[in-house]
Design a protein around this ligand. Structure first.
Ligand code: ADP
Length: 482
């Protein structure tokens, strides 16, 4: 089910429940009000009739001639009908309206025996109310006693029964009309809401459909494409921008990968071409043993280079989580530098490196000694490689409140500002480095940076073109709880 339909179903179901509840409420409220109105009017008509009775201590007499009987109409214009009867149901007087006959003929027997409070009765198509008026001195069992000749002559009775009524038809009709009107209005309102809701939902979700369409049309090679902008200023715009931002990052990452693959192929091809060239030239004719040895030496050198390259690539391809590294340990930088100096003395280039005297206070960092050695070797190699052979390279200490480390400084060509952020990318080599003829493939700093990251550290570079560079290896200070 589409989101539009789901939203509409929820909203319209809710609306249907509200409309049904509202209509039922109105229907019952109006019905109750009409019923109450009939009840009140019939009571008031009974009061008017009672007012025309002459109630003596032992007799009740109907004397309508003394009063004019005026009854108010019902809410729906119905007229009140009435009749006065003796306790046996014999008619004494009745209203003169055309329907009064029918009203009297459909009278309810036993009304004279009811001493209960007047209640509204609905029967035979009429609402009716009875009131029995008995002379005060007449006992309950005397109301049907035979009337004396004098009473008959004067029109007196021991008790009389007054009945008022209104036809049910109008009220019933009004209720039916109300029911139809409510049903019609509710259905109409529901349909209008359905049409408007559908339009609004579709309009509101149109950008989502457009984005889905655009996303589904994008191929894996179309990473330069973006979703059409949604300037709605709401969550949809945020989602659109977030998705396009993700595409930006993916595109950069894909380009880097592509460049990386190109660089790798290039670096692999160079030694392979050299090996193939030397082997082919050697095979063209019979060679002396010395010539074969020379070719084999070249092949060996190139294979070593290939091996180093493959090792470096494997290292960079492996994620830190795959590497299952040993935990960081406290490392006294002064002691480490002394040990490193001893090892370094075996290098052919040891004379160029000046070791700073370790500070009197020990500096302890969280590190892995063999990783730090590898990083510093890489940096020293570069400094020696790229700076003039008569200039010194300095190895010293650096520290701040939270970090400490080692720096390697040289007086070489320096690094152009634009290249500083790129020298840590695999295979990047500055123009000056390429032109200098210095050996290298551009992986040393990537590996060093990766090693520093694996120790939760980093490498910074400060450099001035033609004055020299300083590489700082920062490591976290060792805390007893780290
Ligand atoms: P490689 O030395 O094999 O080219 P690196 O990753 O070690 O690769 O260094 C990347 C690039 O950074 C070098 O090619 C060079 O342009 C620049 N670079 C590194 N160290 C120095 C330095 N000490 N002085 C000047 N440039 C440097």
């Amino acid at each position: 089910m589409s989101l539009t339909n789901r939203l509409l179903t929820y909203l319209l179901s809710l609306l249907a429940v509200v409309l049904v509840g509202f209509s039922v409420g109105i229907y019952f409220f109006v019905g109750h009000y009409l019923h109450q109105d009939v009840d009140e009017r019939l009571s008031s008509a009974l009061n008017i009739l009672t007012g025309s009775l002459d109630i003596e201590a032992d007799s009740v007499e109907w004397e309508p001639a003394d009063r004019t009987l005026v009854f108010s109409q019902g809410l729906l214009g119905e007229n009140v009908s009435w009749y006065i009867a003796d306790v046996d149901g014999g008619l004494i007087d009745r209203s003169q309206s055309p329907e009064s006959d029918q009203f009297f003929n459909q009278r309810v027997p036993g009304a004279a025996d009811s001493t209960a409070e007047e209640t509204l009765i609905a029967s035979g198509g009429w609402y009716r109310k009875h009131r029995r008026i008995k002379a005060p001195q007449i006992a309950e069992n005397q109301i049907r006693r035979p009337r004396t000749a004098e009473e008959i002559e004067k029109g007196e009775y021991p008790a009389l029964v007054l009945t008022t009524g209104m036809p049910q038809a109008e009220t019933r009709h009004a209720r039916q009309t109300l029911l139809l009107a409510l049903a019609g209005l509710s259905t109409g309102l529901w349909l209008v809401c359905f049409a408007i809701g559908r339009w609004i939902c579709r309009r509101a979700l149109r950008p989502v459909s457009r984005m889905a369409q655009a996303a589904s049309e994008m191929g894996s090679r179309d990473l330069h494409q973006r979703l059409p902008p949604v300037p709605s200023g709401d969550e949809l715009q945020a989602m659109n921008e977030a998705f396009n931002g993700l595409l930006d990052r993916l595109e950069v990452s894909f380009q880097q990968q592509r460049r990386f693959t190109g660089d790798v192929s290039h670096q692999l091809r160079t030694p392979l071409t050299i090996i193939q060239g030397h082997a082919e030239v050697a095979l063209r004719r019979e060679r002396s043993v010395a010539e074969y040895q020379e070719v084999l030496q070249t092949i060996c050198q190139q294979v070593t280079r290939l091996n180093q390259l493959v090792e470096s690539l494997l290292f960079l391809a492996r994620s830190d989580s795959d590497a299952a590294l040993p935990p960081l340990e406290p490392l006294d930088l002064g002691n480490w530098l002394t040990d490193f100096e001893q090892t370094w003395k075996t290098s052919t280039q040891h004379a160029r490196v000046h070791f700073e005297t370790p500070p009197s206070d020990s500096i302890v960092v969280a590190a892995r000694p063999e990783m730090l050695t590898e990083i510093v070797k890489n940096l020293l190699d570069n400094s020696i490689k790229y700076s003039p052979s008569d200039s010194p390279v300095i190895l010293g200490f650096t520290e701040t409140a939270g970090q400490a480390g080692i720096f390697v400084e040289d007086h070489g060509p320096g690094i152009a500002p634009a290249d500083r952020s790129r020298i840590f990318q695999p295979f990047f080599r500055a123009e000056s480095a390429r032109g200098s003829g210095a050996d290298g493939i551009g992986l040393g700093l990537s590996i060093a940076n990766r090693l520093a990251g694996a120790m939760q550290g980093s490498i910074d570079v400060e450099s001035e073109p033609n004055r020299g560079s300083r590489f700082l290896v920062w490591l976290r200070r060792w805390q007893t709880n780290s």
